[in-house]
Design a protein around this ligand. Structure first.
Ligand SMILES: Nc1ncnc2c1ncn2[C@@H]1O[C@H](COP(=O)(O)OP(=O)(O)O)[C@@H](O)[C@H]1O
Ligand SMILES: Cc1cn([C@H]2C[C@H](O)[C@@H](COP(=O)(O)OP(=O)(O)O)O2)c(=O)[nH]c1=O
Length: 226
């Protein structure tokens, strides 16, 4: 699916792979080229979703089980889409989102062991048709990502609900993200994040440019250079 005016681009991958660094770099490049860009993240990005974010990342919902957590992620996602993402894309904005539905497929579905049908149904209700035009999966060995995340947060910072899990669990997530790029090659691109920031940024731009130029709808994005 191509969103008819703006574009919806998501960034996925494990902990500390460089998503937020690269989103901001891409946003700067696109703004310099004259696009309207909105940077957002999950869980969060809208007032309702930010209220749920703390419940999830503090671990407060962990004792109630993975189904409960999955439903809270879905509730936050639904609010984020209807309040922020869908209206922005409809106005011609390029929305760059740090994590989205694939994080639920991987973290709650694959490593949370939830039944695929449950995750699929929840996803369908939550996203309500708002499939990303492009998903960039940043790939890095799990241990390197965790090291980067730890360095970013400072030695004494406590890892959050998901960071604290075993390296083997993070490696499973890495494999699951790679699998996604194989099962949905039209939407998902695998980006080698084990390179310099500049090299990763170039690879991302090369994946994004065709999506911006893609004029299947005949409607150029508002604010887009011809
Ligand atoms: N290509 C890279 N090489 C080395 N360090 C990086 C690279 N990209 C990002 N970093 C650093 O790694 C840490 C995690 O990056 P960040 O963008 O916050 O990741 P994420 O949003 O995926 O958790 C940050 O301190 C960032 O400066
Ligand atoms: C959006 C989403 C995130 N998560 C997890 C992944 C991260 O560990 C955490 C988000 O924390 P955040 O601090 O935003 O981490 P990161 O910089 O790694 O993106 O929530 C899920 O488990 N399911 C989801 O659907």
């Amino acid at each position: 699916m191509t969103n008819s005016t703006g574009r919806f681009i998501t960034f996925e991958g494990g902990e500390g792979v460089g998503k937020s660094t690269q989103i901001h770099r891409l946003a700067n490049v696109l703004r310099r080229r004259g696009h309207d860009v909105l940077v957002t993240r999950e869980p969060g990005g809208s007032r309702g979703a930010e209220a749920v974010r703390h419940v999830l990342l503090s671990g407060a919902a962990e004792e109630f089980g993975v189904r409960m957590e999955a439903m809270l992620f879905a509730a936050a996602r639904s609010d984020h889409i209807e309040e922020v993402i869908r209206p922005a894309v409809a106005e011609g904005t390029i929305v760059l989102c740090d994590r989205f539905m694939d994080s639920s497929r991987v973290y709650q579905g694959v490593t949370g062991n939830l039944e695929p049908r449950f995750i699929q149904n929840l996803e369908r209700v939550a996203i309500n048709g708002m499939v990303p035009d492009l998903t960039l999966v940043l790939d890095l060995p799990a241990a390197s990502g965790l090291r980067r995340a730890k360095a970013r947060e400072g030695k004494n910072a406590a890892p959050d609900r998901f960071e604290k899990e075993e390296v083997s669990t993070h490696e499973k997530r890495r494999e699951a993200f790679i699998d996604l790029t194989r099962t949905e090659p039209d939407r998902c691109r695998l980006i080698d994040a084990n390179q310099s920031e500049d090299a990763v940024a170039l690879a991302i731009l090369a994946a994004v440019e065709p999506v911006l130029d893609d004029n299947r709808t005949g409607e150029p994005a508002k604010g887009r250079k011809a």
